[in-house]
Ligand binder design. Structure first.
Ligand code: GDP
Length: 304
């Protein structure tokens, strides 16, 4: 609902651009395809994924000899849903964690400003509401503000947080957090990490060390390495995905700020290009403004 509101807000929504491109035309021709390509790229779908989509539509045009513009919308939906299906099962709607992992350890990565802390807070809230006990770990020790912000969320949600002073070793904070979680028999641990993109080797070393130290406490931790991306930043989000996936094995995505932007296309491009499922989407600043990603709902709102 909130997502619909966000994506509808702008008159530059995907659907309105598409409608304009096919106005007065009865069939899909080269001009329509060119326009479509431009619209997809400008909606942040990404060049690689855009070309893939155009290619498939071209194929259908040549197979059927004729493709009416009225059918284009339906076909595009199918193609986009198909692309998303490759990585996103899309059946989930609840905030749940696997039963056989306790504590279930989520390591959260992403650069400053993308909404990492907010997403952790919202997620902790949802897990708590779902009946899980949650422990937060403030292993983004580079900025004092990051630790303070996480503390504010921990208080707001009412979950324990493990932290040290600013500048302390992130791996040491992660270690303490897991030990504390195990001692409390907690269900979920969410660890905030690496907020800065220093050079690639630096990032890789830092994340590798945090992981290795966590495994001293919980053998197969982390169970999920979640990259948070700001959905309103288009190319930057792609660039960050590239850097983080090169530095560590990212297993899920949370895409924030999909309210107030017509650029939800980044979700399509990034999940296709990096073959990583989008687990959560942020649709506002409030504590409830986090949704489990559902590809059907997403496609519906993209075409609204
Ligand atoms: P961090 O530096 O990555 O930890 O970012 P923060 O969590 O502090 O968030 C940065 C800003 O983005 C804050 O003003 C948040 O309220 C805002 N923010 C986070 N997620 C969302 C979202 O889904 N939608 C909107 N509109 N704002 C968000």
């Amino acid at each position: 609902e909130t997502l619909d509101k966000g994506l509808e807000k702008s008159s530059t929504s995907f659907l309105s651009k598409l409608t304009k491109a096919v106005a007065g035309k009865s069939k899909v021709d080269d001009t329509v395809l060119d326009d479509l390509e431009e619209i997809l790229v400008s909606s942040d779908v990404g060049v690689g994924t855009t070309l893939k989509i155009i290619d498939r539509i071209e194929k259908r045009v040549s197979e059927d000899k004729y493709l009416g513009t009225e059918e284009l919308n339906k076909i595009l939906r199918e193609e986009i849903a198909g692309l998303l299906s490759e990585t996103n099962s899309g059946e989930e709607s609840e905030f749940t964690i696997p039963k056989n992992k306790k504590p279930y350890v989520i390591m959260v990565v992403g650069v400053n400003g993308v909404g990492k802390t907010t997403t952790i807070g919202k997620l902790a809230n949802q897990f708590k509401k779902a009946g899980y006990s949650v422990v937060l770990g403030a292993a983004d020790t580079f900025r004092a503000a990051a630790i303070d912000q996480l503390q504010i969320w921990a208080d707001r949600v009412g979950v324990p947080i493990v932290k040290q002073q600013m500048g302390s070793d992130p791996a040491s904070v992660a270690f303490d957090t897991l030990q504390s979680a195990v001692a409390q028999n907690a269900d979920v641990v969410i660890i905030d990490t690496a907020g800065r993109l220093h050079n690639k080797v630096g990032l890789m070393n830092e994340l590798t060390k945090v992981k290795r130290v966590m495994q001293k406490v919980v053998e197969d931790a982390p169970h999920d390495v979640m990259l948070v991306l700001d959905g309103s930043t288009g190319q930057n989000a792609f660039e960050q995905a590239k850097q983080f996936t090169a530095a560590t094995e990212v297993t899920s995505l949370a895409v924030t700020k999909l309210d107030g932007t017509a650029k939800g296309g980044v979700v399509i491009g990034i999940s296709d290009e990096f073959k990583i499922p989008v687990k959560y989407i942020g649709v506002g600043e409030g504590i409830e403004d986090l949704q489990v990603f559902n590809k059907y709902e997403f496609v519906d709102s993209f075409f609204k």
